[in-house]
Structures are given as C-alpha cells and as structure tokens.
Design a protein around this ligand. Structure first.
Ligand code: GLC
Length: 747
C-alpha cells in the first residue's frame, strides 16, 4: 500500500513537472514578434476594442456611465475593465471575454490601489511624512501583492500631483508641495508596484497620474482651471512624472483639468511632444474617468466624435469609461480624420502591457483562489502597515513634555474619532474593511494599558453634527483624569476626489468642545485624523500637545497608541505647509523673495513690504517641520570647498546630536538658494534629506554631496541649466533651518 502511495505521489510530481516543462515549452514568441503577428490578424474593430475601458458595476469613481459593460464584453468591444475585484469575479469576466474574443485577447483589470488593497496603509500624504522612500516602496509592494492575488493587473497609482492648496481634497493622495521629495517617493512607489518583473504574479502595472498639474486647480476647487507658465510647469509639476518614466512606469493617466487653455486629455503638447516625444515614454496613456467626454463642457470639442478625434491625435491610448473611442474611431478613420497608424500605435502599447504581464500565456494567472486566501492580511503585511503608520506620525507640539503618556496616568480619551474604525483608513481605501477590522485608537490603547481603571473612552461630540447632548458625559469623564486626549479630525470623505473645502478648520463643534475640555485645567493632547493641512492656530495656542496622525490605515489605532505612550518616538516631518489662516493660501516654503521681502518684526520698514496687516507671513507649521520626544542639536556645518566647478562636487557635513532622553530619528534636510539667476529663484529648495537614527546622547556626522546638476533650472531662454554664481546652503530639521554656509558655482 505504502509503495503505491509513494508511486502516486511521484507520478503526480512527474506529471506536474512535465506540465510545467510542457507549459514552459508553450512559451510564446518574443513580444515584438508576437504583438506584430497578432495585430496583423486583428480587424480595425478588434484594435479599437483594445482602446476601450468600461467600469464594472458597484463602485464607480466618477459620474455613472450608461453602457452595460457585460454586453460590451460579449460583443468583444472591451480591452479593459476597472473596479472589478476578487479572483472569482475577475475570472468570470475574463472567461466571458475569452469566450467572445476571436483572437483570445485577455482583458486588463484596473483598480485604484492607492495606499493598500485590503491591508490599508496611511494615506499617501501621511506616508510621505515619513520621508522614507523605502517605506513607500514597501507599502506599494504589499499593495501589489494583495491586489495581484485578487485578480488585479493594474493600479491607478502613484498619484504624483504637487499640491500647494489645502482646500483641494486630493492633497491627501499625493506627496505634498515639494518636487524633490515628490520625485523620491514617486520612484519608490512605481518600483513597489511593478517590481523587477511584471510577469511575476505579485506585481502589477503602475499608472502615474494625473498628467498634469491637476493639483494647481484655481482656488483649490477640484477639476478647476489651471493656468501657469511653461517654466513653472516644467520646474515644479512635471519632474515627478518624468522621474516615473525613467523608473519604468508602464502607464500614465491624463488629468481632468486644462492647462493654460488646453485640457490635458486633448493636449498634444503634453502627451505627444513631452511624454512620448521628449521623455520617450513607451507605455500607454489612459484618460481619467470620462475625461474625453469632458472636452465638450471644457469648450474644447464640439461633440463626442470631435472629442474622440482630438484625444487620439493628442496621444490618448485608452478611453476610461467614456465610450467615445468605441463609438467614434471607426467613423473618424473612414473620414480620414484619424489614421490607422494612430490606432495601431495605441493598440500596440496596450497589447505589449498585457504581454509583459504574462496574460497571453495564461489569462487566469492572477486568479488563484488559494493564493488570494494566503496573501490577504498576511501578518507581515499588517506589520508593515503598522511600521509605516508609526513613521508617518508628526508631532506638532509638545509643551512641558506632556507626551509621551505614562502608564500610571489616568487618561480620558474623548472625541468623535476615539473609537473610529471607519474613517481611520482614509479615502481611496480600495477593498479596505471599514466595519471592524481596522484597529481603533480605543483598541490600540487597551492593548497597552491593562488596568482599565486608568483609561476611559467617550466621544462627546460628532465630527460635523452639532449635537451637544453627549458632551457632558465626556466632560465628566475628563474631569477625573490626569490627562485628556482628544481624537478629532475630518470624515474620510472630506478629502480625496471631489472634496474641496472653503474652510479648513476642524469641522463642526470640535474646537468648541476642546475649549470646554481646556476649562477643566488639565493637559489636553489633540490627536488629528485628517487628509489635508488644517488651520490650527487656536489649537496651537490652547492645546498642550498636538499629534498629526493623518488617516493612518488598518493598524492606525496601534500606531497612535504606541506613539502616545512612547513605544514609537514620532519622527515624521510635514510634506506640506500648515497655514496660520486660509487667507495665506497658497503658501509654500520654496516661494520667491519679491522686490519687497518682509523681514518680520525686525524689519525697519513695516508698511511698504510684501506682508499682511492682519497676519504674520510665516506659516503655522512649515514644510519639513516635526518634533520628537527627544531633541536634536545641529552644529559644525562645513563645506569641502567654497567653489564648485562645472564637473565637481562639494561635500557638506553637519554634526547632529541627540541631546534628549529618547532614542529617535531625525530627518536631516539640505536646502539650497540660488541667490541670483537670469530668472528669479526660490528663497530655498530641498535638495537632499537623510533620515538619521540617533540613540540618546549619540552624535553623528551627516554628509551631503552637491553637484552642478542639482542646481539646474529653466533659465530665461528655457534651457535647463545651472548658472554660475553664489549659492547659500541651509541644513536642519525643517525648511526654516537657519544653519547656513555658502559656495560659488564657477564656470
Ligand atoms: C477617478 C479619479 C482617478 C481614478 C479614476 C479611476 O475619477 O480621478 O484618480 O484613478 O477615476 O477610478
């Protein structure tokens, strides 16, 4: 009997080995050969179908489209589907497609996996506060592994829009206001999603969006007009996009907005001249949701046929949900308004992506039920989410070291988000669970404090609702505590898409509740869950400590609790400026000096300067700012030479000491000012940063290299060059760092 069993096992192994060998033998031809042969067999209708994407039922991420996607798949009219998730559902749709595809061309499944698929990481603005590309790559890698295990081939991420206006709800999805930080994180996220091998079953296509300058919408109102010089476009907004092309990103998404009169989705300048021309991008371009249709209300296309013509000519390869390519391209081709070469180019780019994913070899390779069960919520993924959440925490204020809390203290936890498991994972949370799986602050605290008599949890108020009937219970609980912790912020849907606000205070009566808590005469710690900078001047003046937690994701409650009790020493730095008042917006650190720079209260000229009569010019919390439970001292700033030659390098070194009582990490930042240029230059720009771990009492020397390439900008003739002249260097733990030295760039 035993012998038979062994034989069966050996046989099974042999069979599977043979199958694999045989499958290996079935490997298809090299990509170019395969795609060329396939396209030679395709009809024009079949080519156009590849340029068509519809949305599956259920979640829509924009205005509902009328087309019945199932019917369209049956007719062989679809190349890609978005918003379908899960191995079973995507397999079913793929089977329906393959049964109706004459040439067996598989569907491509896309989905918004922005900061996690099921294990949800902090929103990207929060993750960006870690200033840690390795963590951004890790979170994207985990997101890809879970999404790919659930039948997803393609994510619409990273979002790399530079944003300087906190009224805009989509600041939550990006890396904040700075181009240099944005570049590092954009590259990391593309690497995380796509990995080294797209044919691996735990990697997916990335999609750099929204091309371009979507974050510069006037008045911070989503989808609004963008108008800027080509210099600002190329110097501030485009570099993160270009960096992802150099990092090998395979798809781009056009933005909804116009730029200086031309909608991005119809912009030949953006798509063919810059992206596919100058940058030699060889992937494919999908529009944002119905963005081709929107060329009509933009006043750029007279009807949908015209919109289709303009988009294909501009360089759009795939029509997301609009249904216009399907209805217009064959007619436009017959009328000679578009060419077969344009259709072929778009089709080829899409087929090449499907080939590289391995979908022609096996359309169901991402549909493994067992692997889906194994991958979702893997402990190592949840651990990664906790690590990223901890590193995204930014300590904004900590008077008298009221934080970290001590275990023996009686702490009253209050506020609308104190037990929240819904908003904590933020917007764009893909298939993240909002009904109990995420760790709330209450749950996180209870894991640390075993003596339940030391802690209490009472909401007191809602986020927006003005009801006050619960406030007394919370005030009563707080009145017997040593310390009060108020967990407050925004609803998750008050940021993300179509969520611009004209007031960016804490919503509702949260500030009023804080004032009541303050009257109790105990230390009050404010913990914030929000997706944008808020105006916190009153809070900064009245709270004893403020911790910016953003929307910290599935493990957010653990991260907040571990930070409050000192298990995690916060090390995050703001990736975006927090203004004193909304009236200062747009406000960002790398601004121009103007001809009448205001030097603050010490300025001998107080009136005729670029200033406000009712506010200081400085922000409440500047870009790059963040405290620690310990303190760091900078000293001994040196530069290897006062002259930088055209092919040389100067080294900047600085000593950083941990002069406090906690081990910690400091994000040491290097800023450079080009003092005079053929066009005016920002007062300073981030050109390097290094996260440095320092045990208490430890001192390290941190080093930066500066090369001429770091100094390039678009000069008066729009040439991207470095101009000889004087440069200032600033080093410190924030963009208002004062430690300075200088050098000269010589011809
Ligand atoms: C939405 C968003 C975009 C998203 C797309 C697909 O409207 O603007 O970021 O990727 O549609 O959901």
């Amino acid at each position: 009997m035993k012998c038979t069993k062994i034989l069966i096992i050996l046989l099974a192994c042999g069979t599977s080995l043979y199958a694999q060998k045989n499958k290996k033998a079935a490997k298809i031809k090299p990509r170019n050969e395969f795609v060329t042969e396939l396209m030679a067999k395709m009809t024009v209708d079949e080519k156009i179908a590849q340029l068509v994407q519809f949305t599956a039922d259920g979640t829509t991420t924009g205005p509902k489209s009328g087309d019945n996607f199932i019917e369209q798949i049956k007719k062989g009219n679809v190349g890609s589907i978005l918003n379908a998730t899960g191995v079973e559902y995507t397999r079913k749709l793929q089977e329906l497609n393959m049964a109706n595809s004459r040439l067996k061309i598989p569907l491509l499944f896309g989905y918004d996996v922005i900061h996690g698929y099921r294990t949800v990481f902090p929103i990207n603005l929060g993750e960006s506060a870690s200033w840690d590309p390795a963590l951004a790559e890790l979170s994207s890698k985990v997101a890809a592994a879970e999404a790919a295990a659930s039948g997803i081939h393609w994510t619409f991420a990273p979002m790399v829009d530079i944003a300087r206006d906190p009224r805009w709800g989509r600041v939550s999805e990006g890396s904040g206001e700075d181009t240099y930080l944005g570049i590092q994180l954009a590259i990391a996220r593309v690497k995380g999603f796509q990995g080294a091998d797209l044919s691996a079953v735990n990697t997916i296509l990335a999609c750099t969006k929204h091309f371009a300058a979507y974050g510069a919408a006037e008045a911070g109102r989503d989808y609004n007009t963008v108008d800027m010089s080509e210099r600002v476009l190329r110097e501030t907004y485009l570099p993160p996009f270009k960096a992802t092309v150099d990092a090998g990103v395979r798809t781009f998404m056009t933005s909804f907005n116009e730029i200086s009169g031309v909608p991005a989705t119809g912009s030949k300048f953006l798509l063919r001249d810059i992206l596919k021309g100058e940058w030699k991008f060889d992937g494919f371009v999908v529009t944002d949701y119905t963005a081709i249709n929107e060329l009509i209300p933009h006043g750029f296309a007279k009807d949908s046929i015209h919109a289709g013509e303009l988009s294909l000519k501009a360089g759009v390869d795939m029509d997301m949900v609009g249904g216009i390519y399907l209805k217009s391209l064959k007619k436009l081709l017959a009328e000679g308004k578009v060419t077969e070469a344009q259709i072929n180019d778009a089709c080829r780019r899409i087929l090449e992506a499907k080939y590289d994913l391995g979908l022609f070899e096996d359309p169901y390779r991402y549909n493994d039920v067992k692997r889906e069960k194994q991958e979702i919520y893997k402990k190592e993924y949840l651990d990664a989410a906790l690590t990223v959440a901890n590193k995204s925490m930014v300590l904004l204020k900590n008077s008298n070291n009221v934080l970290p809390l001590k275990k023996e203290q009686r702490v009253a936890f209050v506020g609308p988000l104190v037990s929240d498991e819904w908003n904590i994972i933020g917007s764009w949370a893909a298939t993240g669970d909002r009904n109990g799986y995420a760790v709330s602050v209450e749950e996180g605290v209870k894991k640390i404090i075993s003596d339940k008599s030391k802690i209490s949890f009472t909401k007191g108020i809602e986020i927006v609702d003005q009801r006050r009937d619960m406030m007394k219970a919370a005030l009563d609980a707080a009145s017997t505590a040593d310390v009060i912790v108020a967990v407050m912020g925004e609803f998750e849907n008050m940021t993300g898409e179509a969520a611009s606000r004209t007031v960016i205070d804490l919503p509702g009566i949260q500030k009023e509740f804080l004032a009541e808590l303050k009257k109790l005469g105990k230390p009050v710690v404010l913990v914030l869950m929000n997706g944008r900078p808020l105006t916190l001047s009153w809070e900064n003046g009245n709270m004893d400590a403020i911790l910016e937690a953003w929307f910290p994701g599935t493990m957010g409650g653990d991260a907040i609790a571990q930070t409050l009790y000192g298990i995690n020493n916060p090390s995050g730095k703001l990736p975006i400026t927090f203004p004193r008042t909304l009236g200062q917006v747009p406000i960002y650190y790398n601004h121009k000096n103007t001809g009448r720079p205001y030097l603050g209260s010490k300025d001998p000229e107080q009136k005729y300067k670029s200033r406000y009569i009712d506010s200081d010019n400085s922000p409440l919390y500047p870009f790059g700012y963040g405290l620690s439970y310990t303190t760091f001292e900078y000293s001994n700033l040196k530069i290897s030479s006062k002259e930088l030659t055209a092919n040389g390098t100067v080294k900047v070194t600085v000593d950083v000491a941990n002069t406090g009582n906690f081990d910690g990490e400091e994000i040491v930042q290097l800023y450079i000012q080009d003092e005079v240029g053929s066009v005016t230059r920002p007062v300073r720009e981030l050109k390097g940063f290094k996260k440095t771990a320092l045990k208490k009492g430890e001192k390290k020397t941190v080093e930066f290299d500066i090369k001429p390439d770091d100094l390039r900008f678009y000069n008066i003739d729009m040439q991207f060059v470095a101009e000889p002249g004087d440069f200032k260097v600033f080093v410190g733990g924030s963009s208002d760092a004062g430690l300075t030295t200088e050098f000269m760039l010589v011809k």
